[in-house]
Design a protein around this ligand. Structure first.
Ligand code: PLP
Length: 425
């Protein structure tokens, strides 16, 4: 018997009344490991990566997983084993790649504020490319490389001034954003890069934002990027690779982003038409590889009826699931055990943290009692990696499911873990 998957979550489904992720009953995991608990489906990550690989079939492609989306070591290890490189934004992320057994020669280093120490660390490790975000950074990178006897491979991140039509906090390719070099300055910056002693130009890149649900912003940005490749190469500076960043959205709440293969077939048709189809391509997807592979299990602590609102207080909070508080983001919330058809009361689902911003879902109809468990969906990206110890709450445990097997990939943090390294006066 097949079980219809939850919309957007191909490997999460009810079997009878019980929620399963792949072949594992989610409640069994909660009983074994406690809550809050993050659970990821390996098959979902694999399927999401395969969609990109299908889209680029027959092309030269390096996927650099944007590990900020979920940088847990076992997740990195999984992508490394699939041949992925990594898009990193700090020296700490580089150390994680090494700890997970990733190939540093497939690492690209993005970010507007790389320190000299981080540049040196990445040069010594021998990364693939620095995605440089400003003219000032270019000068410093050249200095650091020259002083340490290295040549830094560089790509300039172009800000194409294209509206990705997403939340302002995750839109990055507009003139008012802090990211990348203005389109109009790009040629001059490449000329400077080619003239500086410690650098070698290898590529060009953009990343226009995150949770993008339409193809048009990518098509517009690609056109603008290819105009630049033409100009830069006409000025005698060869561009070896073209990097299209990440940003493809997922279905959180009925969102309908293009699938990765459909998007790339459309984009590659344009790229072919302009004569650049045989280049080395790079992409930096994060959310679309892991977001809907994960859920966060929480237990209902209290139901609190109110005059204006009913509250369902759970044991996961904004420190575990920061996206609602940060971006008013939506996560689906479903019970681990489905109840009958009785009309369910409507609740705001909130955590125990002492902030009114500590909400996980608003106005949700839920037939639950204290002690029941819920799954917060779409929790594979930008949840654990953004989590904190606010209110001295230890970070949750994490489990990776592969068919019928479940691997504990992160132990729950204890209170002692959270203040390790602190000193009394
Ligand atoms: N590349 C860069 C430079 C980014 O800043 C980000 C995310 O902010 C990504 C890739 C990944 O974006 P997403 O997770 O939306 O695919």
């Amino acid at each position: 018997m097949t079980h219809p998957a939850l919309p957007g979550h191909p490997h999460i489904a009810y079997r009878g009344d019980a929620l399963f992720i792949e072949d594992v009953r989610v409640d069994d995991l909660a009983q074994a490991h406690g809550t809050p608990l993050f659970v990821y489906s390996q098959a979902s990550m694999q399927a999401a990566l395969a969609a990109y690989q299908r889209g680029f079939a027959g092309r030269k492609l390096q996927v650099c997983y944007a590990m900020k989306a979920n940088s847990s070591l076992a997740v990195l290890q999984f992508f490394a084993r699939q041949g992925c490189g990594f898009d990193i934004v700090s020296g700490g992320e580089l150390e994680r790649v090494v700890a997970a057994g990733g190939d540093v020669r497939k690492v690209i280093f993005s970010g507007v504020g790389k320190t000299r120490a981080e540049m040196l660390q990445a040069l010594q490790a021998g990364i693939l490319c620095f995605n440089v975000e400003s003219e000032a950074e270019l000068e410093v990178l050249s200095e650091v490389a020259t002083a340490s006897g290295h040549t830094a491979p560089v790509s300039i991140r172009v800000n194409p001034n294209v509206d990705p039509k997403t939340h302002p906090y995750i839109s990055t390719g507009l003139k008012g954003n802090k990211f990348g070099v203005a389109h109009e300055r790009t040629l001059a910056v490449y000329q400077r890069a080619a003239a500086l002693p410690g650098l070698q130009v290898v590529g060009i890149d953009f990343h226009i934002g995150s949770q993008i649900t339409e193809a048009t912003p990518y098509l517009d940005a690609t056109d603008r990027l290819l105009d630049l490749v033409q100009e830069i190469e006409a000025a005698g500076i060869p561009i070896h690779h073209i990097d299209f960043g990440g940003g493809l959205g997922i279905n959180y709440n009925g969102d309908t982003p293009p699938t990765a293969d459909a998007l790339w077939m459309q984009l590659l048709a344009k790229i072919d038409a302009r004569g650049y189809g045989d280049r080395q391509f790079m992409i930096e997807p994060g959310r679309s590889l892991v977001g809907n592979a994960g859920l966060c299990v929480a237990e209902v602590l209290y139901l609190k009826p109110g005059e204006e609102k009913n509250f369902c207080i759970i044991d996961a909070a904004m420190n575990d699931l920061p996206r609602p508080a940060m971006y008013q983001a939506f996560h689906g919330i479903v019970p681990l055990q489905q109840a009958g058809d009785a009309a369910a009361p409507v609740y705001d689902v909130v955590g125990p943290v002492c902030e009114s911003g500590d909400w996980i879902g608003r106005d949700r109809a839920l037939a639950v009692q204290p002690g029941d468990r819920l799954a917060v969906l779409s929790a594979g990206a930008y949840c654990m990696s953004m989590s904190s110890n606010y209110n001295t709450r230890g970070r949750a445990a994490e489990v990776l499911v592969d068919g019928p097997r479940a691997h504990l990939i992160r132990e729950r943090e204890t209170a002692q873990d959270t203040f390790q390294g602190e000193r009394l006066l």
